[in-house]
Design a protein around this ligand. Sequence first.
Ligand code: CA
Length: 579
Amino acid sequence: MARNMTRRDFLRVVGAGTGAAALAACGNTTPSAAGEPTEAVQPAVDTAAATTVPAVDTAAATAAPAVTTTAAGEAPATSSGLTLTYWAGLNVNVAATKQSFSEMTCYMELEKATGVKLEFQHPPTGGTQAEEQFNLMIASATYPDVIEWNWLGFPGGPKKALRDGVIIRLNELIDEHAPNLKKVLTENPEWRKQIITDEGDIYCFPFLRGDPTLLTFTGPAIRQDWLDKAGLKPPTTIEEWHTTLQGFKGKDLNGNGQEDESPFTPWMDSGVLTGFINSNAFIGAWGITPGFYQDNGVVKYGPSQPEFKEFLGTMLAWSQEGLIDPDSFSLDQGAYDAKVTGSQLGAYILRVGGGIGKFMSLMKDQDPKFKIVGVPYPTLKAGDKPILGQRDNIYPGGASAAITSANTHQVETVKVLDYAYGPEGHMLFNFGVEGLTYTLVDGYPTYTDLIMKNPDNLPLSQSMAQHFRSNFAGPFVQDKRYFEQYSQLPEQKDAYTIWSQPSNERLMPPITPTEEETRKFARTMTEVTTRYEEVFAKVLSGGQPLETWDGFVQELNQLGIEEALQVQQAALDRYNKRP
Ligand SMILES: [Ca+2]
């Protein structure tokens, strides 16, 4: 049995919000899961000695931007210039048209504003290559000045990265030289709590989702035009879902004369369990999640709970009635996309951008009636408010910038990184340059046609990524006004609103297990996760009876689930006591 557990696996099994965190970790966020990193620089170089740390918009005044007029990309490290090496995953949307972050408008402007040049080092994109390169870099102990990474996923957590001397503690540096981030953290103590270690150390310039509306982007969705054809209303309870799916069955709702439709699939990304894991949809009706969650401060594991069997039994009944697509056990993304766009599915678990937005735009010419809408997370009782859904943490962990121990220009680096958290940098990294990529309309930063109706016909995710980082994670505070324009369809906006209803108090915050705890946890969970997915799919497909779930719950004990729970509990307790 494989004993190695990747960071992504780790984050996934840890629980809450992990789907997005894991994705963000390697910079490969799907557009919908986007956090978008922005970055900023602050003045620099030869002003290092100065303690002024220009409040954002006074940057020009204080920074003595000697390099300001130098053409971007060629700014030599003059006596007034400084070059910092900066390792970061190259987001796929940037990679579509650029070789490097240095070609992005925001970084060219950052250099102008600060006089500091960032020399980017990007690992190859795709698969686990970024992670492999990261591991090699850490093993070699040869570090660039700055590393963007998901430090929550570092083995042993950020505390270990600090103790091993990979990166440095930033508390004092931020106090003295990063007034913008300091202000952000002071004004938002809950954000601060998420980004520090259990000991209170600050270790990165974090990616922060600056508004609750940016935390939710996955949930149950359904074909509105099928509901209309079948004379049904959007379902709100598990029972209503049952009725609706039955109402879809055998109706030739795609009108091709064949019974080639399936009412529902929970398949997402990589498997039949993943949709539930990514969203907590359906299972949340029973008050539990498919992973670790907390119940008034006590950590529990969903699959061990009696409610899990009830949930699974319900899904099994749907499956046996032909309401769940039997191909759900063998789909891949291509086959799934073909089924959705071929109108062979009536309901799914989708993301706002990468699901509803993607499929609606793919189908808008082909089938103008094709309409997918988000529907509420189902509850057991009519009228109840759903308590569990998908919600990411404000600090999902991904693409946050740490200063390494090899950096000999710590103060200058802190100032550069701090720029993004001030008014000017915030605009630069979320919206780009006024007059070029946005204009202020009644004070609202409105993207120009260069972004929204790109002359080269680039998709929005790519036209944005040529200029700024708002649609992918990075060291800045993400602005909700980006998302308001990114989600162009009313169906996307509505889905967000509907999926944001649950209070999600049972989700886990971004905890940081110690190195020993991580090892212990992985020892158990690597095997648990494999068996869990296997047994779940077998029961749901009718390959083994529902009663065998009881045996699996016992097996969980033998595999050491209690130990994994203790790890989670200890980390949660420490989190709750953070200074
Ligand atoms: Ca048909």
